[in-house]
Design a protein around this ligand. Structure first.
Ligand code: 5GP
Length: 208
């Protein structure tokens, strides 16, 4: 039987390079499924409905909340973002390791609901580099960049609630590190309750 997939949450300041990191990871390994979130923010140039996000109106998002179709949701700089439940659950059942690339409030909610979730926090090597990356990306107005830097200050206060810190100085190296951490999660003792119980029982039987 194929082992159930694990759930990993990747968070990090806006501009930490999470998107590129995900591409590197998914390009190299085929055991991952990246959850596609729903959001009320407008698509950026090059983004596609159903690929980066499901872009929905506020009313539709609220309906998803009401119908309990989201694992978690949060408001981030004026917009709603949430994780659709069905895809995550079915992919894990199929043995895929599912990655949620979400912000901190949502990450902590997921951990509360599913304590065995692996929480990874990605950061650039320095705050200065973060600002430079946000400006260099050229997709946001100065006002949005400032709001995101402010949000980064708030998020930094909670970084230490994550299980692991990943410093994204070099994408391929960082993706490899992420892969190793997620794979190690498969061997966590608490994910193998059934095996442990069967082993104890059998040991007793054969030693009697
Ligand atoms: P962006 O607008 O740059 O695509 O995303 C803004 C923030 O929302 C990022 O930190 C991203 O990780 C987070 N985010 C994306 N999808 C979700 C989601 O489904 N739930 C939560 N809580 N945050 C999300």
């Amino acid at each position: 039987m194929k082992e159930r997939g694990v759930l990993a949450v990747v968070s990090g300041f806006s501009g930490a390079g999470k998107g590129t990191l995900m591409k590197a990871l998914l390009g190299k390994y085929d055991n991952y499924a990246l959850s596609v979130s729903a959001t009320t923010r407008k698509p950026r140039e090059g983004e596609e409905h159903g690929r980066e996000y499901f872009f929905v109106e506020k009313a539709e998002f609220e309906k998803m909340i009401e119908e309990d179709r989201l694992i978690e949701y949060a408001k981030y700089v004026e917009h709603y973002y949430g994780t659709p439940k069905e895809y995550v659950m079915s992919q894990m059942e199929a043995g895929k390791d599912v990655i949620l690339e979400i912000e901190i409030q949502g990450a902590l909610k997921v951990k509360e609901k599913f304590p065995e979730t692996l929480l990874l926090f990605v950061t650039p090597p320095s705050a200065r580099e973060l600002k430079e990356r946000l400006v260099g990306r050229g997709t946001e107005t100065m006002e949005v960049i400032e709001a995101r830097m402010k949000r980064a200050c708030e998020e930094a206060e909670q970084m230490d609630r994550y299980d692991y810190l990943l410093i994204n100085d070099q994408v391929d190296r960082c993706a490899e590190e992420m892969h190793r951490l997620i794979q190690a999660q498969h061997r966590r003792m608490e994910l193998h309750g059934e095996f442990v119980a069967a082993m104890k029982k059998e040991l007793k039987e054969i030693s009697e």
